[in-house]
Design a protein around this ligand. Structure first.
Ligand code: BG6
Length: 484
């Protein structure tokens, strides 16, 4: 296979919070895999920066361990790892003080792309941005990358945006939602806008409803302190599910370019109706024989934070008025399965009579695992016995259809970091987009607080609370089974 890896320009990438969990799990192993793929130029440098006192070699040991634990790529050898480590250095920096900034600056070279990755708590964004400018490390061409959570409500997101805006232009700010870096999430756009087949039917006239499911088997153990303050609404819905919804619902952008795409996504978020609280189900998992319950994973034994949300939402625009979107996401569910199902309406009239039953086409886009697409179509049951109809699946897994190419796909972080170096903001969230998402989310969370709402219990390892099933049943519809 001819390599399609295009090397990026030489860069200096400084990772603040370089000894933290995200850096060790995702960022550093991801960079290593890009190195193995031949995408990283010889002059590239990665500089870890954090509070811990450590020298270059100490940090290289940490990176070596992280890569071994969290994965090099298929073609990555030990030799390659040593080669990669030659690009890596470390500077001890005091984010809130003066220490380390001058020496960090001395490491940066002119004529390189310069990017600063804030893999730290949002409360440090302001201090870092101020020092990067104050000590002259960043200029008008530098880029900053910020991680979620981007705020916990509209007010805090606005405050973060305005702090960053004091020091950087919007074109320099890369807000990560790693779902946008996933191959299959980008495929949503390819499926919709690269095919003539679907787009004419992609509207309320032909689509009965859309289901978006992001089900996880993992629970919140090990991150209870963060999660309990956040809950599924802030952790998953406000960002990841919202992005999926935008890509499924948006109008075709004129071009696959940052602002064209982000303008269209923003219009979707702004067209979302406020959600009636009868249309939301919050859940919290309780212990089953095999797994402990949510409350034993967090500090507060009476926590009412949700680990599951299901909701029915509507979009008030010409394309979607009248077509509900059902969203659900949760932890400690029975399978890991993320998918979007577009359920089309029944044919307007059955020429086969009532005994043929009702049949609707369903297009399922599986995001993970077993990425692929299935289109349910109706055919005649074979053999004699009259015109009996049957639904069958045209099923495609990307791995089967694309062969080895499907195995060489960079993970979300790899792709997004390379996009930062390339200066391409298409797959990053713009400030107004994040604020619009909070504008819609805030009243939902405030409503729960005001009403003192307690989440419904569901068994760990189940499909979520029964009330979530009712949310669909009431409308004469049914969730698809959560299965990997
Ligand atoms: C993160 C959330 O942003 O996304 C986690 O904080 C969640 O709670 C994770 O588990 C899911 O990401 P992925 O890539 O495993 O689907």
């Amino acid at each position: 296979m001819v390599s399609r890896v295009i090397p990026v320009d030489p860069f200096d990438l400084v990772i603040f919070g370089a000894t933290g969990d995200l850096a060790r799990r995702k960022i550093l192993p991801g960079l290593f895999r890009r190195y193995c793929a031949g995408q990283m130029p010889e002059e590239a440098r990665i500089i870890g920066a954090a509070r811990s006192e450590m020298d270059d070699d100490g940090f290289r040991d940490l990176v070596r361990e992280a890569v071994r634990k969290f994965g090099g790529g298929r073609d990555c050898s030990d030799e390659a790892l040593e080669g990669f480590l030659a690009h890596v250095g470390y500077e001890h920096v005091d984010a809130m003080g003066e220490g380390g900034w001058e020496t960090l600056k001395a490491r940066l070279r002119d004529g390189m792309v310069r990017a600063f990755y804030f893999s730290v708590a949002p409360s440090l964004f302001g201090a870092l941005a101020e020092r990067l400018r104050g000590f002259g490390l960043a200029d008008d061409d530098s880029r900053v990358v910020v991680e979620k959570p981007f705020g916990k409500d509209l007010a805090s997101a606005r405050a973060l945006n305005s702090t960053l805006a004091e020091h950087f232009d919007e074109t320099q700010i890369y807000r990560i939602d790693h779902y946008l870096g996933k191959e299959t999430v980008q495929n949503l756009m390819a499926v919709r806008f690269g095919n003539m087949l679907f787009e004419p039917l992609w509207n309320a006239q032909f689509v009965d409803h859309i289901q978006i499911t992001v089900a996880e088997t993992v629970d919140v153990s090990g991150r209870g302190a963060y999660y309990d303050k956040s809950g599924a609404m802030r952790d998953m819905v406000q960002n990841h599910l919202m992005q999926l919804l935008c890509l499924i619902a948006m109008e075709p952008p004129a071009r696959f370019e940052p602002d064209s795409v982000r303008d269209e996504k923003l219009k979707v978020i702004r067209a979302l109706d406020p959600v009636d609280y009868h249309h939301i189900v919050r859940g919290q998992y309780i212990a089953d024989e095999k797994q402990p319950g949510y409350r034993s994973h967090v500090e507060d034994p009476r926590s009412t934070t949700e680990s599951f949300v299901a909701m029915k939402i509507s979009i008030s625009n010409w394309r979607w008025a009248g077509t509900p979107f059902y969203l659900r996401t949760g932890k400690a569910l029975k399978s890991q399965a993320s998918e979007i199902a577009v359920v089309f309406k029944d044919a307007p009239h059955s020429i086969f009579g009532p005994e043929a039953g009702r049949h609707a086409n369903v297009l399922v886009i599986r995001l993970q695992p077993n990425e692929g697409m299935t289109l349910g179509v109706t055919i005649k049951e074979p053999g004699p016995g009259g015109m009996r109809l049957k639904d069958v699946a045209l099923d495609m897994s990307f791995a089967d259809a694309l062969g080895p190419d499907a195995e060489d796909i960079p993970d979300a972080y790899e792709r997004l970091i390379m996009d930062v170096i390339r200066g391409n903001q298409t797959l990053f969230m713009r400030g107004d987009e994040v604020e619009a998402a909070w504008t819609w989310t805030d009243p939902i969370i405030e409503g729960w607080q005001r009403r003192g709402e307690v989440p419904k219990e569901y068994d760990a390892g189940s499909s979520g609370p029964d009330d979530a099933l009712m949310l669909m049943h009431r409308d004469g519809r049914k969730w698809r089974d959560i299965k990997a």
